[in-house]
Write a protein that binds this ligand. Structure first.
Ligand code: IMP
Length: 427
């Protein structure tokens, strides 16, 4: 069993943290490969709730080596705040490794993320304001600051000065902000250097060695397919590759090392931030999904937009990721609805379209075509086998299995680690 990828199949917040945590006991490494502290992974273990933004979920499993891969952007103040919080709760974080090639989020990019959104007005993306986009832009522009730069003060000064030459022009002249000095940035970054140094490694080398030795590696994606910078609802996406391809570039493991791709999808759909969402509800049903599902952002606390399950969206995710196993989460949230619609296709300008339309314009015009399934009233949270479910809930799961483009291997029926129906062992 070499490397396994786990990704989101919708717009994020599918419950990937719980799935990763469930696999934790069977793997040796859990690697974050994209995004940064825009993510929010909630894990509940024995009633204790842990909300992680940057750290790999594997940090909660004592036998796992958690790794922050090269594809991640790291806010060092958040990294150490999360470590401190876990340490206070008795969690050992000493096994954590951070790629020397990961980029750090410098303070000016947090500022730029927020002011750019304000400047965009009605065209805003609804970002998390964590500096994610500007930091990936710097990486592509080759003016980024990497973890390894913190260990060469001269280089760090030169790189920060280079970046600020342009950033300050933009901050002052476009956004009317104060200029940021090279010294204040370098000083802030260097406060973390001593503590960071023992964690830093050539993680691509190490992970390849681990796979060669027959160790199990889980590559944990942040965000999701529809937020992927290439395959998502651009421009309403995050700035990283949140799909299986990104797992390779963001970790240094080759595609040939991956033999399983698990995608996680909610039994309905949610989205935070702006952008198209054909099955979005603006009525009491949407309110109810939000309330019962606790659909408020782990990272920003924003209420999530809620809607019905969108099968073409999940099929798209299944295709571009090569999904071998689908995990459906939060089935319990649907308990009590009389009838549950599932979007099976769209109507675009009077025409039925079975897959996500090619253009942004058409996707904005897409109206869902629903099939209505009967609901159920019984509590499903104690179910541990498909046969424990009421017939309507079982039929709902079977329907999703048939329309989602990948076979369902597990179904979540509650928040706790144990509240899962396993149809097929994931490992
Ligand atoms: P950014 O990643 O902060 O640049 O935000 C870009 C878009 O991705 C916004 O719509 C965010 O709400 C969304 N986003 C980023 N991370 C997550 C996540 O972990 N879950 C859900 N949405 C996210």
């Amino acid at each position: 069993m070499p490397a396994i990828v786990l990704v989101g199949a919708q717009w994020g917040d599918e419950g990937k943290g719980k799935a990763t945590d469930a696999l934790g006991a069977h793997v040796d490494y859990v690697v974050r490969f994209n995004g940064g502290n825009n993510a929010g992974h909630t894990v509940v273990i024995d009633g204790e709730k842990y909300a992680l933004h940057l750290l790999p979920t594997g940090i909660l499993t004592p036998t796992v080596t958690p790794v922050i891969g090269n594809g991640v952007v790291v806010d060092l103040s958040v990294l150490f705040a999360e470590i401190d919080l876990l340490n206070e709760r008795g969690i050992d974080t000493s096994r954590l490794l951070v790629s020397a090639n990961a980029h750090v989020i410098p303070p000016y990019n947090r500022t730029l993320d927020k002011v750019t959104e304000r400047f965009l007005g009605s065209r805003r993306i609804g970002t998390t304001g964590r500096g994610i986009g500007p930091t990936y832009a710097d990486k592509m522009n080759r003016v980024g600051i990497r973890v390894q730069d913190l260990f060469d003060e001269k280089i760090l000064h030169a790189k920060v000065a280079g970046a600020l030459a342009l950033k300050n022009q933009v901050l002052v002249k476009v956004y009317n902000q104060r200029a940021i000095t090279e010294d204040e940035v370098v000083e802030e970054l260097l406060t973390f250097a001593d503590r960071l140094r023992p964690m830093v490694a050539d993680t691509a080398l190490l992970l390849n060695q681990a796979v060669t030795e027959g160790k199990n590696v889980l590559l944990e994606g942040g965000q999701a397919a529809l937020l992927d910078v290439d395959h998502g609802t651009y421009p309403f996406v995050t700035s990283s590759s949140a799909t299986a391809g990104g797992a390779c570039t963001g970790s240094g493991l080759p595609p040939t090392a991956i033999d399983k791709v698990i995608a996680v999808a909610k039994a309905y759909a949610t989205r935070v931030g702006e952008g198209p969402f054909p099955t979005e509800l603006h009525d009491e049903d949407g309110e109810r999904l939000r309330r019962v599902g606790g659909e408020f952002g782990t990272t920003t606390g924003r209420p999530r937009r809620c809607g019905w399950y969108d099968a073409p969206v999940v099929r798209h995710a299944a295709r571009i990721n090569g999904v071998t196993d689908l995990v459906i989460t939060k089935l319990d949230v649907l308990t009590g609805f009389d009838r549950i619609p599932v979007c099976v296709a769209y109507e675009v300008d009077g025409q039925r379209v079975d897959e996500i339309p090619m253009t942004q314009t058409d996707f904005h015009h897409a109206k869902p075509v629903y099939e209505w399934l009967p609901g159920w009233t019984e509590d499903v949270s104690g179910a541990r086998d498909l046969t424990d479910l009421p017939t309507a809930a079982r039929d709902y799961v079977q329907f999703l299995n048939d329309v989602s483009g990948a076979p369902i291997s597990a179904v979540g029926v509650g928040q706790d680690r144990a509240a899962t129906i396993v149809l097929r062992d994931l490992i």
